[in-house]
Ligand binder design. Structure first.
Ligand SMILES: *[C@@H]1O[C@H](CO)[C@@H](O)[C@H](O)[C@H]1NC(C)=O
Ligand SMILES: *[C@@H]1O[C@H](CO)[C@@H](O)[C@H](O)[C@H]1NC(C)=O
Ligand SMILES: *[C@@H]1O[C@H](CO)[C@@H](O)[C@H](O)[C@H]1NC(C)=O
Ligand SMILES: *[C@@H]1O[C@H](CO)[C@@H](O)[C@H](O)[C@H]1NC(C)=O
Length: 340
């Protein structure tokens, strides 16, 4: 890169704030962040960081802090990288619309530090000439009103969602450029040449264990004791593997065994269960909805996953109503639809 790149980070929760800190720490870019909830506090006092990677830092402030994406777009800066680390809830807010005002077509590289699958698709429709990167980040970190507590080291796998309109060589170059402004001596950042395979591998867990726990309200150990691995999770995993295969991705033969043993010894509560318990909306569309869309396009039967999805859609409705994003009339409307 010939100039110092301008970087904007949207979404400064536990993950986004540590990504921001890691980029700032390396000093290779002009960093700006969007802080919505704790803007006043962060603007005046900065963040207090307690981190396994970076130690104790009091009052850390990147040079530019904006209260909204709109405000960030008004500074006249063309961003080379826009890093999005919000939750991905397209049924509530579409990420490509949220970030629209700071994305320069044909120029800005968008980095999605988010869960889910096939996340590039809506961006390629809206910005056919932009590179969209994937960062699968494993980290334990919380941001509580400007106090960041990172308990598990940042390990990120970075690659590109394959944009059919651009040569792969350019997309690979941009992924490596991003790594060069992010990877430092404290975090662990690996380039992944095949993002699709990597995300399918993650889905073997996230589309199955995560969803079954969210519906049943129990952790993965209890699903095992109740017999749910054999009746629900493994049949669902086989469907994920079948979709991957139809999509040209052969997952390793021991993927089911590995995925299930990954939780050995833990009464683990996956993220979707944690969200349901807290009353937060779940990342259903990006984890399961996007997969089912691909399954449909490739004509792969997915009866178990489809049932899990339909149950979770109703749960999502409940969560949205609790949060006030869905409001129903007091009297139930009567429709003359004929059911059969
Ligand atoms: C980044 O810059 C700051 C202030 O100039 C300096 O203290 C710090 O050591 C630099 N960090 C690295 C990794 O070079
Ligand atoms: C970083 O992660 C890669 C991929 O998992 C691993 O092979 C490597 O040993 C890790 N490096 C460090 C320094 O932890
Ligand atoms: C299944 O995974 C366990 C734990 O990782 C391992 O010990 C075992 O050898 C695996 N079995 C097969 C058949 O892959
Ligand atoms: C997806 O699974 C990984 C473990 O493979 C987990 O760290 C992550 O929180 C999960 N994400 C969601 C949204 O469930």
């Amino acid at each position: 890169m010939s100039h110092v790149p301008n970087v904007l980070i949207i979404g400064t929760g536990g993950v986004g704030s540590i990504v921001a800190y890691g980029i700032d720490y390396l000093n290779k870019s002009n960093l700006a962040i969007v802080v919505r909830r704790d803007y006043e506090k962060v603007k005046s006092q900065g963040y207090d960081v307690e981190s396994v990677d970076y130690g104790t830092v009091k009052g850390w402030k990147p040079s530019k802090i904006f209260p909204s994406v709109e405000a960030a777009s008004k500074g006249g800066v063309v961003f080379d990288f826009v890093v999005i680390a919000t939750k991905n809830l397209p049924d509530i807010v579409k990420v490509e619309e949220l970030a629209d005002s700071v994305i320069t077509p044909g120029k800005t590289v968008v980095v999605l530090v988010q869960n889910g699958f096939d996340l590039g698709r809506p961006f390629f429709a809206k910005y056919p000439e932009n590179v969209i990167l994937s960062s699968v980040t494993y980290i334990g970190s919380h941001n509580s009103q400007g106090a960041i507590h990172q308990t598990q080291s940042d390990k990120s796998f970075i690659g590109f969602f394959e944009n059919p309109h651009l040569p792969k060589r350019i997309q690979e170059k941009k992924a490596k450029d991003y790594i060069s402004i992010y990877k430092n001596d404290k975090n662990n950042c690996t380039y992944v040449p095949d993002t699709k395979t990597h995300r399918y591998r993650k889905l073997v867990y996230n589309a199955t264990m995560n969803t079954v726990c969210a519906i049943t309200g129990v952790d993965t150990g209890r699903v095992e004791f109740a017999g749910g691995l054999e009746t629900l999770c493994i049949p669902a995993m086989k469907e994920v593997i079948a979709v991957a295969k139809a999509d040209g991705v052969d997952l390793p033969a021991d993927v089911i065994n590995d995925t299930i043993h990954g939780d050995d010894g833990d009464w683990f509560e996956p993220s979707m269960l944690v969200d349901v318990k807290k009353g937060n909306p779940i990342e259903l569309e990006v984890i399961l909805g996007n997969l089912l869309l691909v399954a449909k396009e490739l004509h792969v039967e997915t009866p178990v996953l489809t049932m899990l999805y339909n149950l979770l859609k109703v749960i999502q409705f409940r969560l949205k109503e609790q949060q006030g994003t869905v409001v129903l009339p007091k009297d139930r409307p009567i429709y003359d639809k004929i059911y059969s």
